[in-house]
Design a protein around this ligand. Structure first.
Ligand code: NDP
Length: 340
């Protein structure tokens, strides 16, 4: 029998939590054979909702679900955690400045980082979903000096999946036939989708350039470049707002699905093609060391590796600089607020 894995979800009583818990418990994240012990961490106001989910989880009679515990005590919530999904965060309220937002989230992610440091399992892997995700991950990591910074990630997989879906639609091909697309930088409006290394695999297995296929579908290389800058990038970066407008509330199931994908690939490994994840920078591609920034990554044996030596066009380089500058500013702000 496989060893049980303890999975902690914060903000478990929220929208994303509701879409996430049942998929974790069904085995979608760690495989159907891996027993899961769920810990639902909430603030007191969210406890009832999380308790309701715990009852429904019981009623699903998932074979892999060993136990569910609901708590508002971070020490208990992170006790023995092998995987922690930090979803609960303070949303931006009306008239809230960025520094207010960072301060409010520092008060959540600092203590959570400390609780992870003190109580989580030695192999803990942490994925931050709550926004501003990259900087929240930085804050949590700074409060967990005994946990290697590589184990604190922020989620850009939803942006990545949105990009794949848009491309598949334009080309009228299955999503799975598109690979090696990248989201660089911050999970924010400055994020940098990059298709320049993309590969399109045909039904017979032949591989060709994604950019070439797009130029053909759209008309010309020039039209494609225009489409990329004025239609594709805004579509991906503003998809969240589009969902809110149509659905009446923010995306939840797709955010949860992306979190499942991220942890699945981190733990169980990627194939030969890469995905996108915000991981601590080792200085690759000129991103200052220590920042949590999105890169093209593969995972083997539970560790992410940043794809090296990809050629970067001037356009991607310029956009990445803007996004990285935003991350640097956020880091300076949380430093000056004493949050890291
Ligand atoms: P959601 O479950 O909808 O969202 C949770 C967080 O995920 C938000 O910060 C949101 O950021 C972020 N997020 C990241 N990507 C996406 C995306 N693509 N679409 C939507 N959201 C995204 O929020 P709810 O208000 O429903 O639930 C939050 C829960 O967290 C509440 O139950 C609350 O009690 C709890 N909470 C728990 C804390 C804790 O455990 N210590 C601390 C704070 C809150 P954005 O707002 O920018 O969209």
């Amino acid at each position: 029998a496989q060893k049980p894995v303890t999975v902690t979800v914060t903000g478990a009583g929220g929208q994303i939590g509701y879409a996430l818990l049942f998929r974790i418990a069904s085995g979608a994240m760690l495989g159907p054979q891996t027993p899961v012990r769920l810990r639902l961490l909430e603030i007191p106001a969210g406890l009832k909702s999380a308790e309701g989910s715990a009852l429904e989880l019981q009623d699903c009679a998932f074979p892999a679900l060993e136990s569910v515990e609901v708590t508002d005590d971070p020490a208990r919530g992170f006790d023995g955690a092998n995987v922690a999904l930090l979803v609960g965060a303070r949303p931006r309220g009306p008239g809230m400045e960025r520094s207010d937002l960072l301060k409010a989230n520092g008060a959540i992610f600092g203590p959570q980082g400390a609780a992870i440091n003190a109580h989580a399992a030695e192999d803990v892997k942490v994925l931050v979903v709550g926004n501003p995700a990259n900087t929240n991950a930085l804050i949590a990591s700074a409060h967990a000096p005994d946990v290697p910074p590589e184990r604190f990630n922020a989620m850009t997989r939803l942006d990545h999946n949105r990009a794949l879906a848009q491309l598949a639609q334009v080309l009228d091909v299955p999503v799975a036939s598109i690979s090696n697309v990248t989201i660089w930088g911050n999970h924010s409006a400055t994020q940098v989708p990059d298709i320049s290394h993309g590969i399109l695999t045909g039904p017979d297995g032949t591989q060709g350039s994604l950019v070439g296929a797009l130029a053909k579908a759209i008309g010309s290389a020039q039209d494609m470049a225009q489409w990329f800058a004025t239609t594709f990038i805004p579509r991906v970066a503003q998809r969240g707002a589009e969902i809110i407008e149509v659905r009446g509330s923010s995306s939840a199931a797709s955010a949860a699905a992306a979190a499942i994908d991220h942890v699945h690939d981190w733990v169980l490994g990627t194939g030969s093609s890469w995905t996108s994840a915000a991981v601590v920078s080792d200085g690759s591609y000129g991103v200052p060391r220590g920042l949590v920034s999105s890169f093209p990554v593969t995972s083997q044996q539970g560790s992410w590796h940043i794809e090296q030596q990809l050629e970067m066009g001037a356009d991607v380089r310029e956009r990445l600089e803007v996004s990285v500058n935003e991350l640097v500013e956020e880091r300076e702000m949380v430093r000056s607020l004493g949050l890291i």
